[in-house]
Each structure stands twice: as C-alpha cells, then as structure tokens.
Design a protein around this ligand. Structure first.
Ligand code: HEC
Length: 100
C-alpha cells in the first residue's frame, strides 16, 4: 500500500510538473491528429478539403460549434464536431491556428 501511495503521489507530482502550456499543447496535438487524415498533416491540406493551418482560432472554433449544433450544414463535419467538448474545440482550433 505504501508503495502504491508513493507511486500515486509521484505520478501526481510529475504530471503537475509537466503541467501548464507544454501539457496543453501535447493534449491539443493528440486531439488534432484525428483531423489530419482529411485536413492534411498539421492542417496543411493538399486536396479539396479546406486547410486548417493558420486559420483564425476563434472563427474556426465558432464554426466547429456551429457544425456541432447543426446551425451550419456540412457533410462530414456535423458528425465529427459533435465528438468534442467546447474546451477541446478551443484547444484544437488554437493548435491549427498556430501551424503556419
Ligand atoms: C472524414 C474527413 C474529415 C475529418 C476527419 C475532419 N474533417 Fe473537417 N472537414 C471535412 C470536410 C469534407 C469539410 C467541408 C465541410 C463539410 O462538408 O462538412 C470540412 C470542413 C472543416 C472546417 C471548415 C473549414 C473552412 O475553411 O471552411 C473546419 C474548421 C474543420 N473541418 C475542422 C475539423 C477539425 C478540427 C477536425 C478534427 C477534430 C476535422 N475537421 C476532421 C472533412 C473532415
């Protein structure tokens, strides 16, 4: 039990240590990976699907929320956008916005 408590407290300590901006960027990158099969690596689309790289983060996040609510009709995106929380949408939008 002691060992388990030690491991647990160490894990909490380590994750708090990594914390902040670096961890958020990593989490956003993991989420954003799900978009890259269609929108291209780092959102730099080579095909007909729009590029996400460098888009305004607030506009992109708003569009995702509108896809999720159905206010904007698309094909793939209405279904996809529903799979994310508002915080995740903001994180993904910030990630792609920062890819230049
Ligand atoms: C299965 C392919 C596919 C995946 C995966 C996908 N998208 Fe899309 N995306 C599309 C298509 C197709 C469109 C064009 C609108 C439509 O038909 O839904 C689009 C449009 C968009 C747009 C509007 C871009 C513009 O300039 O008009 C945004 C923003 C967007 N996607 C974000 C995302 C994000 C963020 C993810 C990952 C969470 C994602 N997409 C995953 C296919 C995809």
């Amino acid at each position: 039990m002691r060992a388990a408590a030690f491991i647990l407290s160490t894990a909490v300590f380590l994750s708090a240590g990594i914390g902040g901006a670096a961890a958020q960027e990593r989490d956003a990158a993991i989420l954003a990976n799900a978009c890259m099969s269609c929108h291209g690596v780092d959102g730099k689309s080579q095909g007909v699907i729009p590029a996400l790289a460098g888009q305004d983060a607030r506009e992109m996040a708003q569009l995702m929320k509108d896809y999720a609510s159905g206010a904007v009709k698309g094909t793939a995106m209405n279904f996809i956008a529903k799979g994310y929380t508002l915080d995740q949408i903001d994180a993904i939008a910030a990630f792609f916005s920062a890819r230049k």
